[in-house]
Design a protein around this ligand. Structure first.
Ligand code: ATP
Ligand code: MG
Length: 306
């Protein structure tokens, strides 16, 4: 299944403003634009890359998409691949062999493009998942022949690339909404709640009386989204209410929205209306967390998987 991507002009100017007012990675737009060009849906032909320098590799085992991204030594995306796969539920690997096989496949495709082996990668877990599950995530990498160099929580990974000084990073993925409150450049609070893109799809399936995968295709089709907006708005409001509840005590000035579900047009407006907090989508939201994960991979490091 292919999905549409792209960053519209409104988002671009919002990002420019946010960057100018300080407290965000000045290279963010450039990095996300490059990601949009070089990270392709699994099996899609993509040009090969010749690069001899240091690599930073991240694997994001998501509820909806598994993403493998390779960055160069300047943390600019070189190549990557992603695929829809239901191997993780709410941050917990439930199809271990399926997860290994998809990571292997993405690894092989990306290795063919870059003409070299991927030896090490970082991976991530939603904030607050039990240690045994965090370990399973690392073991999936090992099972796919990749040394797990580091395990980071997903909200912190997102801020590795965003480099926000203060505000809230909200990653609305397929299964869950992860958030991190940032103060003085440091993560001071994280949370993970089980509402995400899957709920959007279920609402569409219910409203249209169609199977889940048909609803998924409809929901991600830009031509259908305006018509579906009234149906999914309630789920957006639920995400916003969750965010409000978690950040209440911190009085943040801005919400930075990422995760694939933020691609649904109007999501930022609904979050802003309900929370009363300025909300921006800083570029292509699908690859923010995977790139942040890759930035945490330093060759030679080995994560302790207990
Ligand atoms: N163009 C689009 N419009 C709306 N939703 C989209 C679009 N593209 C992808 N999505 C949704 O984004 C979700 C996947 O996003 P993402 O890859 O961030 O989640 P994930 O990492 O797999 O899940 P999680 O982080 O919850 O484990 C899916 O629910 C998918 O339907
Ligand atoms: Mg995710």
């Amino acid at each position: 299944m292919m999905i549409q991507s792209g960053v519209d002009e409104k988002r671009r100017s919002a990002l420019k403003l946010a960057t100018e007012s300080g407290g965000m990675n000045p290279r963010l737009q450039e990095v996300l634009d490059e990601a949009d060009k070089v990270i392709v849906y699994a099996g899609t032909p993509a040009p090969s890359v010749s690069y001899k320098g240091e690599l930073h590799v991240g694997v994001d085992l998501g509820t909806a998409y598994t993403v493998l991204v390779v960055l160069d030594e300047n943390m600019t995306p070189l190549a990557g691949a992603y695929q829809f796969a239901q191997v993780v539920r709410e941050g917990v690997v439930f199809d271990y062999m399926g997860a290994i096989s998809i990571v292997r496949k993405l690894k092989q495709q990306v290795e063919e493009r870059i003409g070299r082996k991927i030896e090490s990668a970082a991976t991530a877990y939603p904030p607050g998942v039990p240690l045994a599950e965090v370990r399973a995530t690392g073991n999936v990498l090992q099972g796919a022949g990749i040394e797990c160099s580091r395990l980071v929580d997903e909200a912190t990974a997102a801020n590795t690339i965003l480099q926000i000084d203060s505000g809230v990073v909200v990653d609305v993925g397929g299964g869950t909404t992860k958030l991190a409150v940032i103060e003085g450049g440091k993560v001071v609070y994280t949370a993970d709640e089980p509402t995400g893109g899957t709920q959007f799809t279920l609402v569409v399936a219910g409203a249209m009386h169609i199977p889940f995968m048909d609803a998924e295709a409809l929901k991600t089709n830009p031509a259908e989204q305006a018509r579906l907006f009234p149906a999914v708005k309630a789920v957006m409001e639920k995400v916003a209410t969750i965010v409000s509840r978690h950040v209440e005590a911190y009085h943040p000035k801005r919400i930075y929205l990422c995760g694939g579900s933020a691609r649904f047009p109007g999501m930022d407006r609904v979050i802003e209306e309900v929370t009363g907090i300025e909300t921006i989508i800083p570029g292509e939201p699908l690859f923010v967390t995977p790139i942040g994960i890759a930035m945490n991979n330093i060759a030679g490091e080995v994560a302790q998987l207990w």
